[in-house]
Design a protein around this ligand. Structure first.
Ligand code: FAD
Length: 503
């Protein structure tokens, strides 16, 4: 570690520090936003860039989204997350990036009822379109074509490698504790912990990208409107439990809240299965297998199961618990014919989606986490539902299938498959929260704003710590926008910092 300071010195904040480092840009958090900012800044000629990372390994939640970010034609992957089954002609799949950006902007704004910051979203949507080309430009040739096996985790590894190639210094096991400000309120560095000691890292500018606050009970209680201790304890989380450190530090430094906070939910089909893409979860997955039906613990359908944003309907249920039902006929047909790839991301083609599904299913049945029975009454009893209610639900659904019209929730006709071939199956499922989004208020340059909407000199933010991008729930309609906007916001900030710096 390069040290230019004394062994022990006192900072402006009167903290005893063991070491002082200096950089042009100090980045808090080595995840998607932080690394994108660092690489972009170096690319545009920034001097010394240091990233401080709390955890033992870099990557943050960027270890989860798979590569590549765009298909061979450059169209962003998962281009329409509100419903993966988007047909040709949708403007979000248009070959012209400008048309796509317009469509994504409109989609994001409609999703958030124009409560989001339109100028910020426009900036992110436009930058987003070049993410894939940008990433390719910083990748090494051997990283260009990830195999299906290393799709997960690859993005984070690519970014770490690109940081190192660009000369960015990354210090892990170094949680940042506080922003340092001068008498005029300008952020001039951070205090962090390393090997049990406090260090100061001085910087002309500081960028925060600490990945949201899902692991902070304090911030969850403040922003998650159905928060109670019990609900929080029962909630299922699929990513890293970041504790909102950057958000708290920025508030301490005078940052304003944008007022919009959103939560990214994903259906966790079987929380106890650690692999979110196991053969059994693929069978239960309504994106791949929209023919399954979902019922409440009382045995009633509650949503069009073929919609990706059905997560919002699960959210309403007590304990976010529901049951996925299917029958042997539907299962056999699906396993034989496979998913409808014309309506799914291309990267799923060629993967062995169902190898070993029967063994996994048997294991879950043996462990009592799923139920198989020759009649729906037994299934109802296992669920704790009234058998009459469940039977009526199935009969009604079967009649919708016969008529080719889901008269309740308008599920797509071509996935309506009556359940009449036993045995019948049920799996208990829930929702998982992936990340929080917001609420730091920023401008289109990712400068953190104070309560007068003025930039706090020297302070920038990126990734999911920034607010104004979504309201309430994740704007699924905008193309792959979680990781996409984290990278875009980091790139915007990094470029600005290299060229213009903070006010
Ligand atoms: C399971 C899962 C699957 C996902 N899949 C997708 C997907 O398919 N598509 C998609 O678009 N998005 C996906 N996402 C979301 C995506 O991963 C995030 O949007 C993105 O990683 C956010 O970037 P970030 O920089 O804000 O946070 P992160 O990438 O999480 O980085 C934050 C970093 O800050 C560090 N940090 C926190 N506090 C401190 C501190 N005090 N000092 C120093 N460092 C600190 C953290 O340890 C972490 O490394 C997924 C998320 C999860 C959890």
């Amino acid at each position: 570690m390069s040290s230019i300071g004394g062994v022990v010195s006192m900072t402006a904040n009167e903290q005893r520090v063991a070491e002082v480092m200096e950089a042009d840009l100090v980045i808090v958090g080595c995840g998607a936003g932080g690394m994108a900012a660092a690489i972009a800044a170096k690319d545009k000629g920034a001097g010394k860039v240091i990233i401080l990372e709390k955890l033992h390994t870099p990557g943050g939640n960027a270890i989860f989204p798979p590569l590549p970010l765009a298909d061979q034609d450059g169209i962003p992957r998962f281009a329409c997350m509100d419903d993966n089954r988007v047909l040709a002609g949708d403007l979000r799949l248009n070959p012209d990036p400008k048309v796509r950006a317009d469509a994504n902007f409109r989609s994001a704004m409609e999703w958030n009822h124009w409560r989001g910051d339109a100028r910020l979203i426009r900036a992110l949507v436009d930058k987003f379109e070049t993410n894939s080309d940008w990433l390719k430009s910083v990748m090494t040739p051997e990283d260009m074509i990830p195999s299906p096996e290393d799709m997960r985790g690859k993005l984070a590894r690519v970014l770490v490698k690109a940081c190192k190639n660009a000369g960015v210094e990354i210090y892990c096991d170094t949680p940042v504790k506080k922003l340092v400000q001068d008498a005029n309120g300008r952020v001039t560095g951070v205090l962090a912990e390393q090997n049990g000691k406090t260090i100061e890292v001085k910087g002309n500018n500081v960028l925060i990208s600490t990945g949201g606050f899902i692991g902070s009970k304090e911030l969850m209680a403040k922003y998650f409107h159905s928060y109670t201790e019990n609900i929080y304890e029962d909630m299922c989380f699929m990513g890293l439990l970041h504790t909102g450190d950057g958000i708290k530090m920025a508030f301490e430094a005078g940052a304003a809240s944008d007022g919009t906070v959103a939560f990214e939910w994903e259906i966790n089909r079987m929380p106890w299965l650690k692999n979110p893409a196991s053969p059994l979860t693929n069978l239960l997955n309504n994106d791949l297998n929209p023919g399954v039906i979902w019922v409440t613990p009382q045995g009633e359908r509650f949503v069009d199961e073929s919609k990706m944003n059905a997560t919002n309907s699960i959210y309403r249920l007590k304990n976010k618990t529901f049951y996925i039902l299917f029958d042997e006929g539907q299962k056999a047909k699906f396993l034989k014919e496979g998913p409808d790839f014309s309506l799914l991301p291309d990267l799923l083609r060629g993967l062995d989606l169902f190898g070993g599904v029967e063994e996994e299913l048997q294991q879950q049945l043996t462990q009592g986490r799923m139920k198989v029975a020759d009649n729906w009454e037994e299934i109802a009893e296992w669920m704790g539902a009234d058998p009459v209610v469940l039977r009526e639900t199935i009969e009604e659904y079967n009649s919708f299938c016969d008529q080719g019209h889901d008269a309740k929730f308008l599920k797509r006709t071509n996935v309506l498959t009556a359940f009449r071939t036993g045995p019948f199956y049920a799996a208990k499922s829930t929702l998982a929260m992936l990340v929080t989004r917001g609420p730091l208020k920023v401008n289109t340059q990712m400068q953190v704003l104070d309560k007068n909407d003025e930039p706090i000199p020297g302070l920038f933010a990126a990734g999911v710590d920034i607010g104004g991008t979504d309201s309430d729930t994740y704007a699924c309609g905008a193309a792959c926008h979680s990781i996409g906007w984290a990278l875009a916001s980091g790139r915007i900030a990094g470029e600005r910092l290299a060229t213009g710096g903070g006010r």
